[in-house]
Design a protein around this ligand. Structure first.
Ligand code: CDP
Length: 220
């Protein structure tokens, strides 16, 4: 039987991760944070070829890596060459380089193939930038979460008390710019996606909007 897919896309810090986890929990689906895989590839390259974060160095490191995917509390997690990159995925170095690494077409092909394979785990809520447009264009439901930039910076700051507002703001807008102007699978609203402006909404408000829509469409 084909697996049911809910795609949730949107720019940095638009609330995708928290909302996706909650929606998956309510529906008994597994959730996939596709950005974590781009961050993981970046982490790998910073270890394997720190002086060669160009396409050649990055693709060379990817050709050698052995990834393993597994479920942890219904979230898909992974190791790379047996190592757990999770604690490092939000480090400054990874944040600084991830959008450039994710813009390399060969990296996207590698990641997209693995994301598509994650249906082995079950029905999925997958979040990212190109899930509804490229990874699963035939997803059962597509959502695009947005929020104004100051609100997104404020949310990111709450996750990292050590940061300061202006540097968080500039990091978010730099990544948004790279993500939405790159040639390969730029951030955009997928055809047929329901756009939700989450500015001023709490997590549970957004979860409710999504659940109402998917339940009205037959998902229980
Ligand atoms: O948590 P946040 O929204 O800030 O970022 P993320 O979802 O962890 O994604 C990190 C980076 O990975 C993004 O800035 C994109 O450059 C890239 N990404 C992508 O290109 N395509 C995806 N489907 C997911 C993430």
């Amino acid at each position: 039987m084909s697996k049911r897919i809910i795609a949730i896309d949107g720019p940095s810090a638009s609330g995708k991760s928290t909302v996706s986890r909650r929606v998956a929990e309510e529906l008994g689906f597994c959730c996939v944070d596709s950005g974590a895989l781009y961050r993981g590839v970046t982490w790998l390259c910073l270890r394997a070829c720190p002086k060669r974060l160009d396409a050649k160095g990055v693709l060379g490191a990817l050709a050698r890596v052995r990834p393993e995917f597994f479920l942890d509390a219904r979230a898909v997690r992974f190791t790379l060459d047996g190592l757990d990159p999770w604690p490092e995925l939000r480090s400054e170095a990874v944040v600084e380089h991830v959008s450039a690494v994710a813009a390399i077409p060969g990296v996207r092909e590698w990641v997209v193939e693995r994301l598509r394979g994650m249906t082995v785990f079950g029905d999925l809520v997958m979040e990212g930038r190109d899930i509804g447009s490229v990874v699963f264009p035939g997803a059962d439901f597509k959502f695009y979460l947005d929020a104004d930039e100051s609100e997104r910076a404020r949310r990111r700051l709450l996750e990292n008390a050590a940061a300061d507002l202006s540097s968080v703001k500039s990091s978010i807008s730099r990544r948004d710019r790279i993500d939405s102007t790159r040639k390969a699978a730029p951030l955009r609203v997928a055809e047929g996606a329901c756009v939700i402006d989450t500015t001023g909404l709490g997590v549970e408000d957004v979860v409710r909007i999504i659940l109402d829509k998917v339940r009205a469409g037959g998902f229980q």
